[in-house]
Design a protein around this ligand. Sequence first.
Ligand SMILES: *Cc1c(COP(=O)(O)O)cnc(C)c1O
Length: 468
Amino acid sequence: MKQLVRYLPAVHEIQKEHRFHELIKEFEITEQHLTKLVKEILEQYRNLLLQEKWTGPKPGNQDFIQFLFIELNEKLKNQFQYTLKQVINGTGTILHTNLGRARMSDRAIEHVVETAKSYSNLEYKLEEGERGSRHAHAEKLIKEITGAEAAMVVNNNAAAVYLILRELAHNKEVIVSRGELVEIGGSFRISSIMEESGANLVEVGTTNKTHLQDYERAINENTAMLMKVHTSNFKVIGFTKSVGTEELAQLGAAHENVLFYEDLGSGALYNYQKHGIGEEPVVSEVLAKGVDIVSFSGDKLLGGPQAGIIAGKKELIDRLKKNQLARVLRVDKLTIAALEGTLIDYLKGEESIKNIPVVRDLLTSKETLKERTESFKKSLLALRTKFEVHSEESVSQVGGGTMPDVELPTYVAVLRHQSMSAEQVTRKLRTEFTPAIITRIQKEEVIIDLRCMTEEEEQIVLQALSSL
Ligand SMILES: *Cc1c(COP(=O)(O)O)cnc(C)c1O
């Protein structure tokens, strides 16, 4: 086998092939680019031959060149594939952190595209013809929707927490209940962020019970802030007591120089409680209770882009905007565009709000999902696939560390393949289709929840299943 090395073609011989030039045209690449790949591939073949591990056609044979070009074609296809790929979410988990949390509304998407395509007045006042501030854009909308005096937007809510503690509580004490020292997504801990920010954490109460007097007793001349953290991703049940927003706002107000900040985590702008879903407070209601400042995520229940929204007293927001960190944590114009689009949906009211996918998917009823799943099942049967399918009642999760105790009643399609295991099927759906299709496995069966899928996506999934 080793001797075959000398039959390997020279690079210039490959370059003479018309297929070489066809690839350059097809992939819109330069000759240098392809030449480099040819060299790499020949080097790889040489090594395999020398190690006696070569399994392809013998160099020198006619098939060999054909084989080489097929591999080149594959290599090129791979090279130009995005690693960030479209995924169809068949899990039923709406804010799936691994799948990019919220998908955005059409209005948000359109505004992102137009903003990306052209120049914009990102930091320019059109009336005055003068330099402006990027903070100006989403602020008006946030104020309008939440009733806050002022607002600003940073990279994410973790950044918002950090900026607030750094500017408003540096070298001072911040009082937090032990029941609220949360860790979110493994990489965000209130206690660590606090330490990083230079604020001194003062823990009060116990894991299950904290009383107003616990906060009251901890206040001294070094206290900068009372902080309440929304326990987004867990719930303490049983013998519990926490202090409400109203009481803490009053306590803060009674002490000069003591602020009250609430990290809302998700920050709902829509009243889900009204629909019997969860107990998430609406941001405007929280602010109306007298909180000085709040922060929340843009891509959790709000259903917009990754962002951290800070809203509250103007005097405090002004200080945050002036902090050097505001520059470090600032958002780009595409985020602002997506957020503006989403916020306009909120401002327009009920009908528009339901165009926000997160809100729409959260509100989709069990009855609707039952109908959709039945019709999905029928379509699948009509396609004469290798699957057995039935529908059954189940639950979808909100996800994203939000509303941990809420189970959304749903219907799911339950599939079993004639010859492949559920593991094999889900793997194929993930890796062999574009967009990739993510499903769940339960008791050796493939579970598909249509809650987070559009009708178009349903069709793609049906096609994919019929090809297996
Ligand atoms: C999710 C969450 C955060 C972090 O928000 P990101 O936007 O993911 O950075 C902070 N605090 C609470 C209470 C949260 O739920």
